[in-house]
Design a protein around this ligand. Structure first.
Ligand code: GTP
Ligand code: MG
Length: 196
């Protein structure tokens, strides 16, 4: 798919203040610092579109981007950031759970995990919540430029083995590097397929 236009629309903390749910929407979620905002920039080919930072906790709100005047990309704040207070963690959970359950045009959630890491409980629990709520999702293994291809493959096999303990059917997965633009066509083609 060719990205002809990508623009930031709005940030907010409330589902009922999001843009009208008239276009298909794709949301990016995962631990803080996993590379959600960077992946959105890589996919759209606009470096500064979503704000990124080497410090976790950069994205704080629900951020909508309009792509090709036809669909939305949504950048969400990450979970699992150790430095936030209990209260803000609870607020995050409430906002995100509400968004996942109520956003009626949500076509698919992209759950990002760092390709270098072993399966982590918050990610596994988050995907279980999506499964329980019946929210369609796929996985994205990020930052693959930080290790060899064989290491990435090994880690993905380990990850999916762990998931097969609880899932009958494994989610589709993508392998990406925002740095090297790996996986760009695959993700965009997948979105195009759903949009059809
Ligand atoms: P929060 O908004 O805090 O939840 O983080 P995020 O998931 O949006 O992460 P972000 O895109 O801001 O990236 C975090 C850091 O990882 C930044 O320093 C990025 O440059 C770096 N990063 C993201 N993707 C990649 C990648 O594919 N390769 C490499 N080498 N670094 C990456
Ligand atoms: Mg971010």
């Amino acid at each position: 798919m060719i990205i002809r236009a990508a623009k930031f629309l709005m940030s907010n903390s409330r589902v009922d203040q999001c843009p009208p749910p008239t276009l298909p929407e794709y949301a990016f979620i995962g631990r803080s610092n996993v590379g959600k905002s960077s992946l959105i920039n890589m996919l759209t080919g606009q470096k500064g579109l979503a704000k990124t930072s080497s410090l976790p906790g950069k994205t704080q709100l629900i951020n909508h981007f309009l792509i090709n005047d036809a669909w939305y990309l949504v950048d969400l704040p990450g979970y699992g950031y150790a430095k936030v207070s209990k209260d803000s963690r609870a607020a995050w959970l409430k906002m995100i759970n509400f968004y996942m359950r109520r956003r009626e045009n949500l076509a698919c959630v992209f759950v990002l995990v760092d390709s270098r890491h072993e399966p982590q409980t918050p990610d596994l629990e988050f995907m279980e919540m999506l499964g329980t709520e019946g929210v369609p999702f796929v996985m994205v293994f990020t930052k693959t430029d930080k290790q060899s291809g064989s290491r990435t493959q090994q880690n993905i096999v380990t990850y999916l083995q762990k998931m097969s303990e609880t899932w009958d059917e494994l989610p589709r997965h993508f392998i990406t590097s925002a740095e090297e633009k790996t996986g760009r066509e695959e993700v965009l083609d997948f979105i195009e397929e759903i949009n059809r």
